[in-house]
Design a binder for this molecule. Structure first.
Ligand SMILES: [Zn+2]
Length: 477
């Protein structure tokens, strides 16, 4: 940032179009809340003036593209990560493999047959069963919200296509996702229990574009699996307008995804061995897999880029952490945190050595807060990290965290968690859609993430505290 300001100032002075004072007024140098250590100052200068995460995210989204769990592309991404981790100078770079249930997308179309014939934009949810190849045609049973479907009596929907609408609330912290996601997770189960033939939902998302949002679903309670797809928001609006005219709507739905049996996935792991406490591991990472519609830029190429970029910045600053920093690119997050559970199982003997863990998996928007599950004196130490990030707009948030989706299984096993909360106001505009592509990443915002992450990892690796002291009860995020 500092270097940038000077360049701008000199450039503008030469151009003679604005006074340097004016520029300084426009871009005041943020003042740290505390005196930054030489190391932290250096880390932040390198990160804020660099394109570390930006370039790594560009690389994985351009050279691989979509990375559906279990796909050949996810395998290619593992090879990509091994190469990157090796280039970063990490040691013992390895892939820990596991199998996942394979599922691949087929044909997906939806058409209103009556009263106003037209086609709609739809996508199958991950894990959905298929319609016959020729599709099914039936009357729509409309439920304005998932709760309306839950409240409906048993039976009565025999042979119908259930449509569940319901808006998702836009929020900086993504708070609208959990409530809106119920219809994606449980819509098919609840509709099947009542005899329905298939389900279409309004996409779980906050945009107004014609991109449907996919995402994993699961059949529960031994119900008969029925196909389920998500309509884009404008298509859900259209369907709702017709239904609100009191019309009986007939829909033709064709979704032909396939279960293809167990496929290989894996976690890519690399270590930067600590100089004084090599057995104390600070784990950071993101997930390597993505949905198949976009190129997985905000979800979660950015997280891989931010955490790998963190290592790159610390190395460029010439630093050597006391504790071991472990970088993990998790596989198969999207289809149920399968890589995270595999990691916890395959590393169960050494989980006691994991002193802190954190994942970046909420896009590339700016970090605005630090949260942690750590208690006692070590919590005060982590609060000092926030003080060194305050001028970058980072607050300390009360409460706890489970560290990010892939950290949940570790946290459940007693690993202390820390998280940098990102502004996700636009995250669910793109999430799981064809529109999750690299052009959405902002260079300055992702650089701010790396500055915050590298500061956090460095300070946490140096502090003379026991993060595992006073382990708290498992509290979810
Ligand atoms: Zn994700």
């Amino acid at each position: 940032m500092r270097k940038l300001s000077i360049i701008l100032l000199v450039g503008t002075a030469l151009a003679g179009c604005q006074s340097p004072e004016h520029i300084l007024e426009q871009q005041p140098e943020p003042v740290p809340a505390v005196a930054l250590s030489t190391e932290v100052q250096k880390i932040q200068d390198i990160a804020l003036n660099g394109t570390h995460a930006y370039d790594i995210t560009e690389s994985v989204t351009t050279e691989i593209g979509q990375r559906l769990a279990g796909s050949p592309e996810e395998a290619a991404a593992r090879d990509w990560a091994v190469k990157k981790f090796t280039e970063l100078g990490l040691s013992n770079v390895r892939i820990e493999t596991f199998d996942v249930p394979g599922w691949i997308r087929g044909e997906e179309t939806a058409e209103i047959i009556t009263p106003y014939p037209q086609s709609l934009h739809i996508t199958a949810l991950g894990g959905s069963s298929a319609t016959p190849d020729a599709g099914i045609e039936s009357e729509i049973a409309y439920f304005p919200t998932f709760e309306d479907l839950e409240a409906a009596p048993a039976g009565g929907l025999e042979g119908k296509i259930v449509f569940i609408s319901g808006l998702m609330k836009k929020a900086h912290d993504g708070a609208g996702y959990g409530p809106a996601n119920k219809k994606r997770q449980l819509g098919a189960t609840e509709a099947s229990k009542r005899g329905a033939a298939a389900v279409v939902i309004r996409s779980v998302g906050t945009d107004s574009h014609r991109f449907p949002h996919t995402g994993q679903m699961r059949y529960r309670d031994n119900v008969k699996p029925i196909p389920i797809g998500a309509l884009s928001a404008p298509d859900a609006d259209q369907l709702e307008r017709i239904l609100k005219r009191g019309e009986t709507v007939r829909l033709k739905l064709t979704l032909t995804p396939k279960d293809v049996g167990p496929l290989p996935s894996g976690n890519v792991i690399g270590d930067w061995i600590g100089s004084e406490k090599p057995d104390e591991i600070i784990l950071i990472g993101g997930h390597l897999d993505s949905w198949d519609l976009g190129t997985g830029a905000v979800d979660d190429g950015a997280g891989v880029g931010i955490t790998a970029g963190t290592i790159q910045v610390l190395k460029e600053a010439g630093l050597q952490p006391k504790r071991t920093i472990r970088l993990v690119a998790f596989g198969a997050e999207e289809i149920g945190l399968l890589g995270a559970f595999a990691y916890a199982e395959q590393n169960k003997e050494s989980l006691k050595n994991h002193v802190l863990a954190s994942e970046s998996d909420f896009g590339a928007g700016k970090v605005y807060a630090l949260r942690t599950s750590v208690q006692g004196a070590a919590r005060d130490e982590l609060q000092k990290i926030q003080k060194s990030l305050e001028h970058l707009g980072v607050e300390f948030e009360a409460g706890t965290t489970s560290g990010g989706p892939d950290i949940i299984p570790l946290h459940q096993n007693g690993v202390p968690a820390i998280r940098l909360q990102q502004d996700g106001i636009d995250y669910f505009d793109l999430h799981h859609t064809p529109d999750d592509t690299f052009d959405k990443i902002d260079k300055d915002e992702i650089a701010q993430n790396v500055a915050a992450w590298a500061t956090m990892v460095w300070m946490a690796s140096e502090a003379e505290v026991d993060y595992r002291e006073k382990p708290e009860e498992n509290v979810g995020e």
